[in-house]
Design a protein around this ligand. Structure first.
Ligand code: AMP
Ligand code: MG
Length: 292
């Protein structure tokens, strides 16, 4: 119904007003500006999830990498390659562990700033699906800027078909068939710029180096139950690179993934392989990642 669609949209807007780094009055903006903020229940819930995922991914996800994201220009579109000195200086303030909470008050050390860009869309999708479910919806597909989240199957009982974009060209790399799943992709092609030397720099930053993560991956798709987790993992696994991402999957096994490498390999975890139809078998060499 129109009413329910409006409620879904309102969920996006109200979360955005709390957590967006581009809305001056948001709790995240106030925290970043004042070094302290009393946060609402929703922001606290997201912060708790985000910090747990920073920890679980060994800091590959780090919400406090934001000063570097901003310096590279990914927040404003004022793209440039910062000097090494600037990167070094900003890296000193990247450490999610330095954030402190005392009931609903969050404090940050001077110079530290956070953003939920790597996880917020998945979290928002979870909220919308929860709302729809409470209202009795049994079948839904959501797209939040490339994050796809599905509830149930299609009304006719068949699986939802979700395309994985070809990160090195137009069209699709393949199509996944899913039900009750989030399908969330982090890709170098989503937001990037080219410097004078023709080097492409994208918006996912390695918190260890302060530079965009270049570990051989050009896209990471994570499939799983919870949007927030899949969103955070897609960003973190992109930072980790192929080997570490595979090791992480083997240790956890509560999600599935598709990795696409810069040398045109498409790696897919074994349980997902028979739910994937490759669109470009000529272009991408497919390899199945086994559980051991
Ligand atoms: P996604 O598209 O979900 O992979 O998220 C990318 C966004 O998350 C970027 O635009 C930044 O705002 C933010 N970000 C970039 N690198 C990281 C990182 N290593 N940890 C947490 N957030 C990041
Ligand atoms: Mg993400």
């Amino acid at each position: 119904s129109d009413e329910l669609l409006q409620a879904a949209e309102d969920t996006v807007t109200s979360l955005e007003e709390l957590i967006s780094v581009s809305i001056d009055t948001s709790e995240v903006c106030r925290l970043n500006r004042d070094g302290e903020c009393r946060i609402s229940y929703d922001t606290a819930l997201l912060l708790g999830k985000a910090l747990a995922l920073c920890e679980e991914t060994g800091g590959a996800l780090d919400i406090s990498v934001y000063p570097l994201v901003r310096e590279w220009g990914f927040t404003t579109g004022n793209y440039h390659v910062p000097s090494e000195e600037v990167i070094e200086a900003l890296l000193e303030h990247v450490n999610y562990k330095a954030l402190a909470t005392d009931s609903d008050i969050v404090t940050l050390p001077p110079e530290m700033a956070i953003d939920f860009g790597g996880i917020a869309k998945g979290f928002t999708g979870d909220r919308i699906l929860q709302l729809l479910q409470e209202e009795g919806v049994t079948s839904a597909i959501l797209s939040l800027g490339g994050n796809i989240q599905t509830l149930g199957t299609k009304p006719d009982g068949s699986l939802w078909r979700v395309a994985v974009q070809d990160p090195l060209g137009d069209g699709y790399a393949g199509i996944l068939s899913v039900a009750d799943s989030a399908v969330i992709t982090s890709g170098g092609y989503e937001r990037y710029f080219e410097d004078e030397d023709g080097h492409i720099w994208w918006h996912i930053i390695d918190p260890k180096t302060g530079y965009p993560a270049e570990n051989g991956l050009v896209s990471v798709t994570v499939v799983g139950e919870e949007g927030a987790r899949c969103d955070a993992l897609s960003t973190a696994l992109f930072v980790m690179g192929e080997e570490e991402a595979i090791r992480f999957w083997r240790e956890h096994r509560d999600f599935e993934m598709v990795l696409i490498t810069d040398d045109q390999r498409l790696l897919i975890t074994s349980p997902l392989a028979d739910r994937f139809a490759a669109s470009r078998p000529d272009k991408y060499h497919m390899q199945v990642i086994s559980a051991e």
